[in-house]
Design a protein. Structure first.
Length: 174
């Protein structure tokens, strides 16, 4: 036998059919139809499972978006309580009010830090970073060019992403 000239027996053997089953095409057809039904069922089950996974992921994502602010809101409640307590004391002295404002600010800073909100407050002489700072003006200064001279408004990061850039004045080139 030559591999270039296969015989009919080699063809049927190559496809997994023996000469005995080749004699009964009705049995082959029935077996193939059963296999088709089985594969169709498996496909439909896999497709349904994929759709269920996608639907559950969409629901989880929607819940995460809806309740993402929950921890932050919970951290802000003590700050609100302190402000309401201050309003409830109209007879407080200016010193007491100032002390309460400082305490409330500390609460607010702690609540922000717990929620990964940190301030951007570069010291004078710090290199200007356009990703975290917004230059309002350039002024002549006795320091390196393109460095922060003064912070006009602090900026904030939330989990390493700029929430608000720091507003700064920058030293002009000499």
């Amino acid at each position: 036998m030559n591999a270039d000239n296969p015989t009919p027996e080699m063809d049927s053997a190559a496809f997994g059919a023996s000469t005995e089953t080749a004699a009964d095409p009705a049995q082959q057809l029935a077996a193939l139809e059963a296999r088709l039904v089985e594969m169709s069922d498996a496909y439909l089950r896999a497709k349904a499972e994929g759709e269920n996974i996608r639907r559950r992921a969409d629901e989880d994502s929607a819940k995460a978006r809806k309740f993402a602010v929950e921890a932050f809101a919970e951290a802000m409640l003590p700050v609100l309580d302190s402000l309401e307590a201050a309003i409830a004391r109209p007879d407080a002295t200016p010193e007491q009010v100032l002390e309460g404002v400082h305490a409330t600010r500390r609460q607010l800073v702690q609540a922000l830090e717990r929620n990964k909100v940190v301030e951007i407050n570069p010291p004078a002489g710090h290199k200007f970073d356009p990703h975290q700072h917004q230059a309002i003006s350039m002024v002549p200064a006795d320091q390196e060019p393109n460095t922060v001279v003064m912070v006009l408004q602090k900026g904030f990061l939330i989990a390493d992403r700029v929430l608000r850039p720091a507003l700064v004045t920058v030293s002009a080139p000499k």
